[in-house]
Design a protein around this ligand. Structure first.
Ligand SMILES: NC(=O)c1ccc[n+]([C@@H]2O[C@H](COP(=O)([O-])OP(=O)(O)OC[C@H]3O[C@@H](n4cnc5c(N)ncnc54)[C@H](OP(=O)(O)O)[C@@H]3O)[C@@H](O)[C@H]2O)c1
Length: 262
């Protein structure tokens, strides 16, 4: 085969794969009504709002999971015990919820520590939860989603995925790592038709932000905006203005991103 013919064949193959993938994305967008969802950390905060809103939107079944399942008080959901940092619990959840077509990786912790002087075990815990916990859930549920037609994964990220924050550097690093895994798992799961989306948001009024006297999003609004965008097929959901600004500033000079730097 001469060079010209090789290039034409390769380009046609690439175009057909792209065309097939983009058609599948358009025709098999996430449909929340009739979906079967699993939400981590569904006993409170954003996770509980996701479960309530999905019920509202006609999801067929919702697995509301929590480290302490007795804390789940939402009628109409299937309750499962799940600590996302426990590999056996993750595997058991994937066996128990084999009909899932939407996985919401919501569970998270924030244990504000200085990266220089803070407790290294707590910082490690943030990485264990946001990065390894999310990864472990994604790996366990990838085959489940494939069996159920591809489906979708929604990861809950933060503006701190894109911004360092003195005093919460472990959380910011963990959320940055979770952003990176979101991008790569999206690439790896494209072939099985799984939409991997991320919601990026700033301070929201949940227990996680209870100690901070700053303007906060209403969690119910965050969840509604996120689910609307998920259903539209958006891959990177900029939930609020701070998320849009932080994203726009990503390529800015370091002094623009951190104006307090001397
Ligand atoms: N609130 C914000 O300002 C904000 C902003 C950006 C992004 N986010 C992200 O949004 C997500 C939800 O946070 P939130 O604001 O709703 O916080 P929250 O009210 O503190 O709730 C956190 C949830 O995660 C659960 N969780 C923590 N570690 C877990 C583990 N190892 N296994 C299973 N569940 C675990 C908690 O369970 P327990 O009850 O057992 O502790 C709780 O249900 C997090 O990923 C967070 O990083 C929040």
């Amino acid at each position: 085969m001469n060079l010209r013919r090789t290039i034409i064949v390769r380009c046609s193959g690439w175009f057909l794969r792209w065309f097939h993938q983009s058609r599948r994305t358009r025709s098999e967008a996430v449909k929340l009504s009739g979906s079967t969802a699993l939400i981590t950390g569904a006993n409170r905060g954003l996770g509980r709002h996701f479960a309530a809103e999905l019920l509202e939107r006609g999801a067929t079944k919702i697995y509301a999971t929590a480290r302490n399942p007795e804390q789940i008080d939402l009628p109409g959901v299937e309750v499962l015990p799940l600590d996302i940092t426990d590999p056996e619990a993750v595997a058991a959840a994937a066996r128990a919820a084999a009909d899932v077509d939407l996985l919401i990786n919501n569970a998270g912790i924030s244990v504000p520590q200085s990266l220089i002087t803070g407790d290294l075990d707590l910082i490690r815990r943030e990485l264990e939860t946001h990065f390894f916990g999310t990864l472990s859930m994604t790996r366990a549920f990838a085959p489940v989603l494939a069996t159920n037609g591809g489906g979708a994964i929604l990861n809950i990220l933060s503006v701190l995925s894109w911004l360092g924050f003195a005093g919460a550097g472990g959380y910011a690093a963990a959320k940055a790592a979770q952003w990176s895994l979101t991008d790569t798992t999206r690439l790896e799961l494209a072939a099985q038709g799984t939409q991997v989306s991320a919601a990026i948001l700033a301070a929201t009024d949940t227990d996680m932000m209870a100690g901070y006297d700053v303007p906060k999003n209403n969690p119910a609004d965050v969840v509604r905006t996120t689910l609307n965008a998920l259903e539209e097929g958006q891959l990177e959901i900029l939930v609020d203005e701070a998320a849009a600004t932080t994203k726009a500033n990503l390529s800015a000079d370091v002094h623009t991103r951190y104006p307090n730097l001397a």
